[in-house]
Design a binder for this molecule. Structure first.
Ligand code: ADP
Length: 543
């Protein structure tokens, strides 16, 4: 027997319809790419998204077609998302930090028909356009006054293009399981793979993240996604904020410490989210220049492991609680977040910090397990680590155009490629990416844990640990450190700093200071490049 309730499909346009209806006057503030701050509302965003939809329709864009964006977080980028999804087409966010060949690869693979791009990226795209045969039109997200001379075929300033349509349009009536968004994994190994989100998965995922122990968004919040729309859906915030009726602040192209501080405080942001490198920069800026974050009530940090020192700095110095989150493109992306369950609540801050440094537990909509290499489930005892596998309402089932490739196990779980422990209270701790763990004498050393500890040293700006071949132990850890400006911590000093905090056999065999560490397009330490750079490195212990 079927239920007798209405069929109300979970479609992305419903999110902006809701925001416009219930929270229509709520501010959407952006730092524009042209420079000045720009202010609009959900009501206007919806209206302009309807015009984007109507105008795309007139350009012949149809249900299922891919429309790419190469843009910072601004109101215009937001409008294009809702407009593209609103005609049943698929927004494809292109990460400008990818290598040029990767951008060409993913756009051809996606067969993007239109590209919306920011002024910043016009020179880049002019170089690539000859290799993008499927793109029929380039729409530069600016007005006629700021439109540069360009060789891009069929290029037009967004505002002129948009002015050719009114908002008298009905959102396409598509199935909630229809494709709505496309994002490629950054492909640090192998070709990038396309994750194809549906309307339903995006709406459910956003609903999950709004919940109190997840991001906990409300109409009283002002939300700033520093995490770009092109990094795994800006962790849902472009949907979750309007769904909650929260105000939105879009930081545009300026993501350095000073600019982030400036917009956080001047726009009185209450909730923000980004990868650790952004917060390293903000904290360093505040260390130098002073300042306070009186309006910020919490900060979500994820994308790579957040060192306890960063959590402590936010919480103790600036009184801003940290929500450590874990996830991946294939999970839309949120997989877990470190809310505090009553069973782990304690007055002892050191102990609480130990919990907060874990990647937390799943929100409703995600299930997980850890297994050994044969797929046998392992205990949740906080000690046994294994492959972390997930299934849920917003987890990938297949990759785009690789539909014959099975990526789930027989129970429907997807292998995240992460190695983790889960404790009895449900808190998960990532030990490493499976390809980054250091195998020493048959045991595993967690590079993440060593890195987290090393950045707790006052002279260390960033740290990476990689395995270096060793004749006796197979691999031993090498600590690579970027010192803070003007500092030069010694090898022995750094090792002494680690000594009381780790097991003896985890001690790095050597330390090198470097001016910088390479990052992936999503701000993670690029271990493959470091391993390449240090492939001939000989440890002093390897004699
Ligand atoms: P990409 O692989 O394209 O850079 P993803 O955002 O999909 O982008 O990367 C997902 C991976 O990032 C996870 O599988 C995990 O290894 C890592 N990661 C994400 N959040 C955390 C976290 N809080 N702690 C440790 N690792 C994390």
């Amino acid at each position: 027997m079927r239920g007798l309730m209405q069929d109300w499909p979970l479609l992305i346009p419903k999110v902006i319809d809701y925001a416009a209806a219930e929270h229509g006057g709520r501010a959407v503030v952006s730092r524009s790419v042209e420079g000045p701050m720009h202010r609009t509302t959900y009501r206007e965003v919806r209206e302009r998204a309807l015009r984007v939809a109507k105008r795309l329709d007139r350009d012949g864009i149809r249900v299922g077609d891919r429309v790419a964006t190469l843009a910072w977080n601004t109101w215009r980028h937001l409008e294009t998302w809702y407009g593209i999804a609103g005609i049943g087409a698929v927004y494809h966010t292109v990460n400008p930090r990818l290598f040029e060949d990767q951008i060409v690869y993913i756009m051809n693979h996606a067969e993007d028909r239109v590209l919306f791009l920011d002024l910043t990226f016009v020179p880049l795209v002019e170089k690539l356009a000859g290799r993008l045969p499927t793109v029929e039109r380039y729409i530069v997200l600016t007005d006629a006054a700021h439109m540069p001379r360009t060789t891009l075929p069929n290029a037009v300033p967004y505002e002129d293009w948009l002015a050719e349509a009114d908002a008298d349009f009905r959102w396409a009536d598509v199935d909630e399981n229809a494709a709505a968004g496309l994002c490629y994994t950054s492909g640090t190994t192998g070709e990038p793979k396309g994750v194809l989100y549906s309307h339903r998965s995006n709406v459910l995922h956003a609903t999950m993240t709004v919940m109190p122990d997840c991001f906990g968004l409300s109409a009283r919040d002002t939300v700033m996604p520093v995490v770009p729309l092109f990094h795994a859906n800006s962790w849902s915030l472009a949907f979750a904020a309007p769904m909650a009726g929260a105000g939105l602040v879009m930081p545009g192209p300026k993501l350095d410490g000073a600019s982030v501080y400036d917009i956080l405080t001047s726009e009185r942001v209450t909730f923000t989210a980004a990868v650790p490198t952004i917060w390293f920069a903000l904290l360093q800026h505040m260390e130098k220049e002073g300042g306070a974050l009186p309006d910020l009530t919490r900060v979500a940090i994820g994308g790579s492991a957040c060192p306890p020192a960063v959590i402590e700095a936010f919480e103790k110095k600036y009184d801003v609680p940290v929500l450590h989150a874990w996830g991946m493109t294939e999970m839309s992306p949120v997989g877990s977040i470190c809310g505090i369950k009553p069973e782990v609540q304690t007055e002892d801050y050191e102990k609480l910090l130990g919990v907060k440094a874990t990647q937390g537990y799943t929100p409703f909509g995600v299930e997980w397990k850890i297994t050994d290499d044969d797929g046998v489930a392992l205990p949740h005892d906080g000690r046994t680590f294994g492959r972390l596998k997930v299934r849920g309402a917003a987890v990938a089932r297949r990759y785009f155009k690789r539909e014959d490739e099975e990526i789930l196990d027989e129970e429907g779980y997807f292998d995240t490629g992460d190695v983790a422990t889960i404790d009895a209270d449900g808190y998960m701790r990532i030990t490493d990416r499976s390809k980054d763990v250091i195998k020493s004498g048959g045991e595993w050393i967690s590079s993440i844990e060593l890195e987290n500890l090393a950045v707790g040293h006052p002279d260390v700006a960033e740290a990476a640990v990689i395995g270096i071949a060793h004749p006796k132990w197979d691999e031993r850890p090498l600590l690579i450190v970027v010192p803070k400006a003007g500092r030069e911590p010694g090898r022995d000093e750094l090792l002494e700093f680690l000594r009381p905090r780790i097991a003896k056999w985890w001690m790095p065999d050597d330390v090198v200071l470097v001016p910088d560490i390479p990052h992936t397009a999503t701000g993670k330490i690029l271990k493959t490049a470091l391993r390449e750079r240090f492939k001939d490195y000989r440890l002093p212990t390897a004699v």
